[in-house]
Design a protein around this ligand. Structure first.
Ligand code: RIB
Length: 291
């Protein structure tokens, strides 16, 4: 079984600030650093560092050399990546003294997908292969339709949740990886128990992994429910924690590990990611979490 991730690649500009800038306010930042990021790239890196071979389909702009290099350095299969004219996607991230963040996205080349490009790449994947999607690229609805017809196992991390997802047929998703906010939008409830009940009613064949930040995570598939506590660490920057969890979770699933073990490894990996600054750079290797 192959795994293809069709997702964003961003240059993250991370500003260290005292507090997140408020409406109408001007503040000085203490430091500016740039990192490779984007939910797509982060999740491919997490998959790869967890030990899984992953194909990444995505688009970078003229300034995207560092993103292409990051993929190659991490052993991601880049044959379906494209570089086009114009700017890559980027994110302006503020991280405050309490490790809270805020993210402003510019989609750039991440929203330049065409149906032809999607058809061409999906030609190389067959029934039973896994497809991972987030929501930082265009045509997610189209990708889901084509992939479903081909019999791919579709995994959706509906992040960031916005109006573009309303045209996606969620009944075609096999695995949802959602945080509290995204789950509330999809299920229409806030309490985790209600969310899981409603998700089971709406999508009875789907696996749901609900991540709850420092309250841990819950896996639900039909009548099986498994909970995992978050691992307590000193939080430096939460950027890419969810992406790390997603990559490690899918890597464990592809390796046919028991769910309890997968959740524990994913929690460890996410804990390591939040204890370091940056997105892709903060994602641990499997050897790190095994030690
Ligand atoms: O999930 C974290 C990512 O969200 C960052 O790397 C940033 O690029 C945004 O896409």
């Amino acid at each position: 079984m192959k795994i293809l991730n069709i997702g964003s690649l961003n240059i993250d500009y991370v500003y260290t600030v005292d507090h997140i800038v408020k409406e109408g306010e001007t503040i000085a930042s203490m430091q500016l650093e740039s990192f490779c990021g984007g939910k797509g790239l982060n999740q491919s890196i997490a998959l790869s560092r967890a030990g899984t071979k992953v194909y990444h389909m995505g688009i970078v702009g003229e300034d995207g050399e560092m993103l292409l290099e990051a993929c190659k350095n991490d052993g991601i299969d880049t044959r379906y990546l494209k570089q086009i004219e114009g700017k890559s996607g980027h994110a302006i991230i503020q991280v405050d003294k309490d490790a809270q963040n805020s993210i402003l996205l510019y989609a750039g080349s991440n929203r330049m997908f065409t149906k032809e490009y999607i058809d061409e790449v999906l030609e190389n994947f067959q029934e039973g292969d896994m497809l991972l999607l987030q929501n930082e690229i265009n045509l997610v609805d189209y990708i889901v339709e084509v992939a479903y017809k081909k019999g791919l196992i579709i995994v959706l991390n509906p992040s960031p949740y916005n109006e573009y997802l309303e045209s996606v047929d969620m009944s075609k998703i096999s695995i949802f990886l959602v945080n509290e906010v995204e789950a509330a939008q999809i299920a229409g409830a806030e309490d985790p128990k209600d969310v899981l009940t409603l998700m089971k009613e709406k999508y009875p064949e789907a696996k749901v992994i609900l991540t709850l930040g420092d309250k841990g995570s819950i896996y639900q598939y039909k009548d099986q429910v498994v909970s995992q506590d978050a691992i307590k660490v000193k939080v430096v920057d939460t950027t890419a924690a969810g992406d790390t969890f997603t990559g490690y979770f899918l890597a464990g699933l592809l390796a046919n590990k028991p769910v309890e073990q997968i959740l524990q490894e994913s929690a460890k990996a996410a804990a390591m990611a939040v204890s370091r600054k940056g997105a892709a750079v903060s994602i641990p290797y499997r050897r790190d979490i095994e030690n």
